[in-house]
Design a protein around this ligand. Structure first.
Ligand code: F0G
Length: 355
């Protein structure tokens, strides 16, 4: 089988690229669709649940799908620098693709509220990293102001090319399953991704590649759930810093996905998020970041209300890799046991657990 060429090459016919578009790729996409094997412990009745593990993308999140498109188009248009606001993953991805393209990247992030791995990525890829004493919504407002004054290409998901790239995840789910799922669950922050998936599913349906459309299920963190409460949240707070957003740019797109698909956008508490996060890692062997686990947390919550039918196919997008946020993993796990450097001392602590 030929090597995967990246999503622009693979789904070219569905994307706004021409022969003049320089394709900037890190061979993103083609991420695994992993069947959950213990999920009946937390979701009833028994459903076929899959994780679309976007943490397997080159920079460790789904943002790479949008970024390959946004940076390729920025290069086609001759941009000298790109800019974004970010809760971390967008900045990591923008920094990586900009490094590859040889274009400057400016990333504006909320001070102190981005996971360590993401900050490290933006820094090592050579982006100009600016921390503001505000949240993501403030940072995005600043970015919008800056692009009015300077010739920077904006690569947040209000850039339509980002949505174009990200919609390919829906194509992949259908190609991997051989049909559409009954339900598609995902975290919602700035709401670009749910907008992109819904566009992707609709396009595949329009082309006759799938026979019907899935029901879209989006989940926000309870402390940052503007779409759920139907008004912006001034001071969003959640342990899932990736979705700590109070005024999503693609609010309208999220409502369309919800309403056209007959779906839901609901809130899950930090406790529910962390419990799902731990379950996915400790029972399913997949390490995602906390925000990603909002998808399964929401599915668990709905299942308790009798939402699903036996045999339903449910896909949960796990948007980012757990390694990006080691602090939360360490915080909710048992600490390592410290002993003397001898066989007997190690054996002593293994008693009652493994021997
Ligand atoms: N999950 C992760 C891991 C994310 O990083 C994000 C968004 C989302 C879910 C939500 O996606 O915004 O399209 O609804 N992160 C952005 C960032 C905001 O700056 O990295 P969304």
């Amino acid at each position: 089988m030929a090597a995967w060429p990246g999503l622009i090459q693979h789904y070219r016919e569905y994307l706004p690229v021409t022969n003049n578009t320089p394709v900037i790729t890190l061979n993103e996409g083609n991420t695994p669709l992993i069947k959950a094997c213990h999920v009946q412990e937390v979701v009833q009745p028994q459903v076929d649940l899959y994780f679309k593990f976007e943490g397997a993308n080159p920079s460790g999140s789904f943002k790479d799908r949008g970024m390959t498109m946004a940076i390729s188009k920025a290069m086609e248009e001759g941009s000298k620098a790109v800019i974004c606001a970010s809760t971390g993953n967008t900045s990591a991805s923008a920094a990586a693709y900009s490094a590859r393209a040889g274009v400057g990247a400016i990333v504006i992030i909320p001070e102190g509220k981005i996971a360590m791995g993401k900050l490290a990525q933006a820094m090592i890829h050579g982006a100009m990293v600016v921390q503001v004493e505000g949240n993501f919504d403030d940072a995005l407002d600043i970015v919008k102001g800056l692009v009015e004054k300077h010739k920077f290409a904006l690569v947040n998901s209000i850039n339509p090319y980002r949505i174009e790239g990200q919609k390919t995840a829906a194509f992949e789910v259908c190609d991997q399953l051989g049909s559409q799922p009954d339900y598609h669950a995902m975290p919602v922050g700035n709401a670009g991704n749910v907008t992109a998936y819904w566009k992707g599913y609709k396009e595949f349906h329009g082309k006759g590649k799938i026979s019907s459309l899935p029901v879209m299920l989006g989940f926000q963190a309870a402390g940052a759930a503007p779409i759920v409460i139907d008004k912006p949240v001034i001071n969003p707070e959640t342990v899932a810093t990736a979705i700590r957003i109070g005024n999503p740019a693609s609010w309208k797109g999220a409502l369309e996905a919800r309403d056209e698909s007959g779906g839901r956008i609901e809130a899950v508490t930090d406790e529910e998020i962390l419990s799902a996060y731990k379950f996915i890692a400790s029972r399913e062997g997949v390490f995602c970041e906390p925000a990603s686990a909002a998808s399964l947390a929401g599915v668990i919550k709905l299942s308790k209300k009798g939402f699903f039918r036996e045999g339903n196919t449910v896909v949960c997008t796990l948007t980012g890799h757990g390694l990006k946020d080691p602090d939360n993993a360490i915080m909710i796990s048992d600490p390592p046991v410290k002993v003397a450097s001898t066989i007997t001392a190690v054996e002593e602590v293994l008693k009652g657990c493994c021997i």
